[in-house]
Design a protein around this ligand. Structure first.
Ligand code: NQM
Length: 343
């Protein structure tokens, strides 16, 4: 089933329909996506990391969980397939997909789908609209970066803080210095490196194409990213798509912070879901790089608008004992096509 989840898109599979052997599975997925090839001309991939994503869903053997969700990031041009990162955007479509495929029986009204996020061993709940006992994609919810309005999918995440790096602040500091640049290294579901745009000579409102064309900037960011990866307990991240590099600047449109995110080599047209959750958490730290720049109310839980190139994403964070215990946000999803794909 081809689905849009949030601002991402890709094919969704039942695990039982794919080979169990990882190498055989990956070869089939590369054929399906059309990689390696920057244009992905011979497959379903959309020639950008945001549309070169795969979700694999299966019934969960865990108590109190409905389905396991494994996310795969396919890099279009190299054909590398990584399980190192999560995707909260694709996650939005996991709930509808699980119901459509009969893995979860829908209630009348709304259905809560409980998901084990295999990549990071975290847990999320999705509230899917099922007015007559089946999924509806129609509704009034709007998310920036997606035209039109759709049925809302409410996401609640638990245990995302430190899910991949061991702690919300993997180095134990709210601020580190790499290559002379202040950085906040944070993991609230998406290992991220927050850097002030101004420290790199940028205004922070450059559009993604301008940033992607700046080779000197990309080289500098990659050098910082490789060092940050080791400091964040991620090892050698040369071939990994984490950590993300999030450039922050004062908000322009009433949010708490403005962002431009390298994911990590292309620039996001909006912002990743867990990427925004990590940026939001990092900007709330009084000792972090966002101090004096991010605007937020000192309440708990708090709602935070993270600005990005095509609008803003609202994140709700609940804190306890210096870490984030619950993250909530709104997405939409849509079934685009259901059928047979030819590897
Ligand atoms: O941060 C892009 C996306 C993502 C990831 C990326 C995501 C998240 O927007 O949870 O959704 O950062 O590679 O799909």
């Amino acid at each position: 089933m081809l689905m849009r989840g949030g601002t991402s898109k890709g094919p969704f599979f039942l695990a039982r329909d794919l080979p169990a052997d990882v190498e055989a599975r990956n070869q089939i997925l590369l054929r399906i996506m059309g990689s390696p090839d920057a244009r992905q001309i011979d497959g379903l991939g959309g020639a950008h990391p945001l549309t070169s994503k795969v979700a694999i869903v299966s019934p969960s053997e865990r108590a109190d969980v409905d389905v396991d969700y494994l996310f795969l990031q396919v890099t279009p041009e190299t054909g590398s397939i990584s399980v190192a990162q999560n995707c909260g955007n694709m996650l939005a479509a996991v709930g509808p997909f699980a119901i459509e495929r009969g893995l979860v029986i829908a209630d009348i009204g709304q259905t809560v789908v409980r998901v084990h996020m295999v990549n990071s061993d975290a847990y999320a709940e999705l509230v899917v609209q099922t007015p007559d006992g089946s999924v509806t994609y129609e509704g009034e919810a709007k998310i920036d970066g997606v035209p039109g309005s759709h049925a809302p999918v409410l996401q609640r995440y638990f245990g995302t803080a430190g899910a991949q790096c061991g702690a919300l602040l993997p180095t134990g500091h709210a601020m580190d210095r790499i290559d002379g640049i202040d950085c906040t290294l944070i993991d609230n579901g998406m290992p991220s490196v927050l850097i002030r745009s101004q420290d790199l000579g940028l205004s922070g409102d450059e559009n993604p194409e301008v940033l992607e064309a700046n080779e000197a900037l990309k080289t500098r960011l990659e050098a910082i990213r490789l060092q940050a990866g080791v400091m964040m307990n991620l090892g050698n991240v040369t071939d990994k798509t984490i950590p993300k590099m999030c450039l922050i600047a004062p908000p322009k449109n009433g949010g708490i912070i403005s962002t431009r995110t390298f994911i990590p080599h292309r620039v996001h047209q909006s912002v990743g879901v867990l990427g925004a959750a990590s940026a939001a958490a990092g900007c709330m730290l009084p000792e972090g790089v966002g101090a004096g720049m991010a605007m937020f109310a000192d309440i708990n839980p708090c709602q935070i608008d993270v600005e990005h190139p095509t609008g803003a994403l609202t994140v709700e964070l609940e804190w306890d004992g210096g870490t984030v215990v619950r993250t909530a946000l709104l997405r939409t999803a849509r079934k685009i096509m259901d059928g047979e794909v030819f590897p």
